[in-house]
Design a protein. Structure first.
Length: 309
């Protein structure tokens, strides 16, 4: 099955009240683990990467590895640009074969965000590619995204409606309390479901996206810290809260930090317990299996995109 856009998978997700997992990729092991998990779960999946990941893996390598994975699977797979910083990056991904791109204009004032997003939409739609945009601003640090807590802001539902009407975006990432990175909450985790509900009331046919939505799985945090890591007090968005968001109208949930922690934890543990091992296939193979395990859990138990919602 060739790469697909997110249009059909989001349509089914909105009808079934579940979400599609969008998992960030950086190298071969991530791609294999995510697509193997999706195949096992019989679930559609979104492979996404930031501009930093593209620079790291290189566009040609990345596209060909994704195409190799697609050739081995039977489930719908979309390739998505996460947090595209400008028109040029979005255009490059459209031209390279991505089926979905995100333009993140949340750092600009509202009118400039509208103008720039519309420019990306016009180019992408002309090439059969769908577009995600962001309204509101999430705190946290992840790749090229770095927003201080004081600069974060919730999405305004009325503005969200106006934004979608004026830009023609296919899906919208909103800010309801999540944040990027491994330190998502100071104190008790809390999401503004009231904002989500108001956005869905105004935009019932627009897929809503939740960024910064890793659970920050404590098993992996502990594994890292017990084997030389230094990630004190890391806290994410609880599975139950994410599941509730899916039931209330979120159609796409982004996961990056959990997969990084899974790989890093396993590799650190392997180095600590087997200091004589220097074959990367051993510890990267173990890490790949752990990433797959994490993705299966997300698909089956949190997002329910396996058809068992």
């Amino acid at each position: 099955m060739p790469l697909v856009t997110t249009e059909e998978m989001f349509k089914k997700a909105m009808e079934g009240h579940y979400a599609i997992g969008a998992f960030n990729i950086n190298n071969m092991e991530f791609i294999q683990a995510i697509t193997d998990a999706a195949e096992e779960c019989k679930s559609p999946v979104i492979l996404q990467c930031s501009s930093s990941a593209i620079k790291y893996a290189r566009m040609g390598y990345l596209i060909n590895m994704v195409n190799a994975a697609v050739a081995e699977t039977t489930v719908p797979i979309a390739l998505h640009l996460d947090h595209g910083p400008d028109f040029e990056t979005c255009k490059a991904c459209v031209d390279a074969g991505f089926t979905s791109v995100m333009f993140d204009g949340s750092k600009y004032d509202y009118e400039e965000n509208v103008r720039l997003t519309k420019e990306v939409v016009e180019y992408a739609h002309a090439h059969g590619v769908v577009v995600e945009a962001e309204l509101g601003k999430l705190a946290g640090v992840e790749d090229d995204v770095n927003v201080a807590d004081d600069d974060a802001r919730y999405t305004d539902p009325d503005q969200a409606y106006d934004f979608v009407q004026r830009t023609g975006v296919d899906s919208l990432a909103i800010a309801i309390g999540t944040s990027h990175g491994a330190y998502k909450f100071k104190g008790e985790p809390r999401l503004r479901f009231d904002i989500l509900e108001k956005v869905k009331e105004k935009l019932p046919n627009t897929p809503i996206v939740l960024h910064g939505a890793s659970t920050v799985i404590q098993e992996y945090v502990k594994m890292c810290n017990e084997n030389g890591g230094d990630i004190p007090g890391a806290q994410g968005c609880p599975d139950e809260m994410l599941h509730e968001a899916c039931l209330r109208g979120v159609s796409k949930v982004n996961v990056d930090t959990d997969l990084r922690l899974a790989m890093t934890g396993v590799v650190r543990k392997s180095f600590a317990e087997n200091p004589s091992v220097f074959d990367p296939r051993k510890y990267l193979g173990e890490a790949r299996e752990e990433i797959k395990k994490a993705v299966v859990h997300k698909i089956n138990d949190v997002f329910c995109s396996n058809g068992k919602a």
